[in-house]
Design a protein. Structure first.
Length: 450
């Protein structure tokens, strides 16, 4: 099918952009359950919105009876081709760091700014309107029914997709528009871990909001506050202030898969305290083993392969009244076996410092051989659509819903995670890249769903 790109942009993209703004206005951050809303009202409102929009656009829709996921469908093929998206977003963080309310999107300098614009509401809406275009012009796959699935807890527990797979099984094929172009042939193992030490102390530390975000802001209450501030003020890209005997330390946020791109306030605070001789096993562990050492090379002997190095991120820290914890988010190279190679080493290191730990979540790796059918097919489609014969399949530390089904691959929607504003203040998608998405996905669906 030939795609009329002018019509696609003039009519379908224009509406998709406005609908993306409406979806961003819904603060779909995980919250405590309310009644029949397992992920909170904001997430449930986002599901209401997208399914109502799907109905208005003429698609068949389905809502899980427990409100953990929903989907829409098009076509009548016997096989199932899925486009797997998510509607939840990470917390906004310090609102004063945004140029706009993160849930009141604006267009500025060619960018759509707002939480979820690139992760994953913008790509979701571009796929929906690409499919709407194909529907309006009577394209159908002879083989596949197309199903767009809307997950609701991708940034946290993935409970939504566990329920979906239990209810409906796995698809024959599909993609996840929540990774990188041209495609992601490998996604690292991911492990969230709480590190714990309940020991007496005369200070309080609190900061961070999520495992998969760099802890960019932390507060300290306790003795020697002026000395700690003075030490921190010598550090690059760290900003401090004292208000009502509370020290505020600010770094730079970012995605946990690229910890070197941000500046971790918790790590810098721990390093400063340790330099001043303030004793606490959590503080000492962070300062000696993790601070600016994202591969933890003092502990691990080169856990790396073609998909990259092991990395760690500290996302949350909370020490008060003799109870203390911080969180690690580890990204482990694909060809490593974490249960055999990783966990015994890190557990021995914790024991050395007298620390306990709990494993919160382990995500399996994704790996498609570069010369295998899945990667070759999607690369051929990408190259035909874009003319880009240089870009190669990528490996990444970021984890996508491709991990939920064995036949799914991450396909778009950015070129580089290091340059991406995912999980950052003033998250944005450029209007140009959103236009590129809708063109790529409209053509890709016709070629991949064969």
């Amino acid at each position: 099918m030939e795609i009329n790109n002018k019509l696609l942009l003039d009519k379908y993209f224009t509406e998709a952009l406005e609908k993306t703004k409406e979806l961003i206005r819904i603060p779909s951050v995980l919250a405590d359950p309310i009644g029949n809303m397992p992920f909170g009202k904001g997430v449930n409102d986002a599901l209401d919105y997208i399914l109502n929009l799907g109905n208005e656009l003429g698609f068949e829709t389905y809502r899980d009876e427990t409100n953990k996921y929903g989907f829409l469908e098009y076509g009548e093929g016997k096989e199932l081709y899925v486009i797997l998206c998510h509607l939840d977003v990470v917390p906004a963080g310090d609102m004063s760091e945004w140029v706009t309310n993160p849930f009141e999107p604006i267009e500025k300098d060619g960018k759509l700014i707002g939480r979820g614009s690139i992760d994953d509401k913008g790509p979701t809406m571009m796929n929906l309107y690409a499919l709407k275009y194909l529907k309006d012009y009577n394209w159908k796959s002879d083989t596949y029914k197309i199903r767009m699935i809307f997950g609701l807890s991708e940034e946290t527990t993935w409970e939504c997709m566990e329920k979906y797979v239990a209810d409906h099984g796995i698809a024959s094929a599909g993609y996840v528009p929540d990774g990188l172009f041209p495609c992601v042939y490998a996604e690292k193992w991911i492990n969230n871990m709480d590190v714990i030490a309940n020991v007496p102390c005369d200070f309080e530390i609190k900061g961070g909001e999520a495992y998969n975000m760099i802890c960019d802001k932390v507060s300290y209450k306790g003795p020697r506050i002026d000395e700690i501030q003075a030490k921190l003020d010598t550090m690059k890209d760290i900003h401090t202030s004292i208000n009502n005997d509370e020290l505020i330390v600010k770094g730079k946020p970012g995605h946990a898969s690229t910890p070197h791109v941000g500046v971790n306030a918790a790590s810098h605070l721990a390093f400063a305290m340790n330099e001043l001789g303030i004793k606490h096993p959590l503080i000492q562990f962070i300062a000696k083993e993790a601070h600016l050492n994202f591969n933890m090379s003092n502990i691990f002997d080169n856990i790396s392969d073609e998909t990259g190095d092991l990395t760690q991120n500290i996302g949350i820290i909370d020490i008060k009244d003799g109870k203390g914890m911080f969180t690690f988010n580890f990204r482990i190279p694909v060809l490593s076996e974490p249960k055999a190679k990783f966990f015994p080493i890190i557990e021995a290191a914790f024991k050395k410092y007298g620390l306990d730990h709990t494993k919160q979540r382990i995500e399996d790796a994704v790996y498609f051989p570069k010369d295998g059918e899945v990667v070759k097919n999607i690369m051929q489609v990408y190259q035909e659509i874009t003319g880009d014969m240089i870009s190669q399949p990528q490996a990444m530390g970021g984890g996508t819903y491709a991990k939920t089904m064995p036949n799914l691959i991450a396909f778009g929607a950015v070129m580089s995670l290091e340059d991406s504003p995912m999980h950052d203040y003033n998250e944005f998608a450029t209007i140009e890249e959103l236009q590129k998405m809708i063109k790529i996905y409209a053509k890709a669906i016709t070629k991949l769903a064969k």
